[in-house]
Design a protein around this ligand. Structure first.
Ligand SMILES: [Ca+2]
Length: 178
């Protein structure tokens, strides 16, 4: 009887049903960038202090040079996930920076249409300098004609000679049904 009551309460207080969207190798635990695309000189680290969850995390040293992603000089690691139009979602990742100067690290999500054009962009807060791992998140509703979301760990250069490192670990995405 207690079990039945508990389940009843759970559904009563739960405001939304969340369904997990798949980000493969979301915590880089394959020890490589399987399922991911990298712009810039990304590496996998297993240095315990630089990992948020598990054994591995993604790291970039921005002084080794930017890649051009879109208009800005930027570095990114990203993965595309299937997502329908007019659906609510949330994405989060843990981000850490070490002496990151002349650049900012953040989470970006782009909604893309069938042609691969970006039709909407969401950015989290941006961090630089030195910061321990912190959670960054964005949430929103995909616009009409969305067929997929591109989830990016993003480094945007704000100075001419950026230096330092940024780390990303444990991406998670959910579809939210109200
Ligand atoms: Ca990990």
């Amino acid at each position: 009887m207690k079990k039945i009551l508990f389940l009843y309460c759970f559904f009563l207080v739960s405001p939304a049903f969340s369904q997990s969207l798949d980000i493969f190798n979301n915590s880089f635990e394959t020890g490589d960038f399987q399922e991911w695309v990298c712009y810039g000189c990304w590496e996998i680290t297993d240095f315990k202090e630089d990992v948020h969850f598990g054994t591995y995390a993604a790291v970039i040293d921005v002084s080794r040079g930017p890649s051009n992603v879109g208009k800005g000089e930027s570095n990114a690691v990203f993965q595309d996930i299937m997502h329908a139009e007019n659906e609510r979602f949330s994405v989060r990742v843990y981000v850490k920076t070490k002496d990151l100067i002349g650049a900012r690290a953040f989470l970006r999500v782009e909604a893309m249409n069938e042609k691969g054009n970006i039709i909407k962009i969401w950015d989290s807060e941006r961090i630089g300098g030195s910061s321990g791992y912190r959670e960054m998140a964005v949430s929103g509703k995909s616009p009409m004609n969305t067929v997929k979301l591109r989830v990016l760990g993003y480094i945007l250069n704000s100075g001419d000679n950026p230096s330092g490192k940024a780390f990303f670990d444990e991406f998670l995405s959910r579809q939210i049904q109200i």
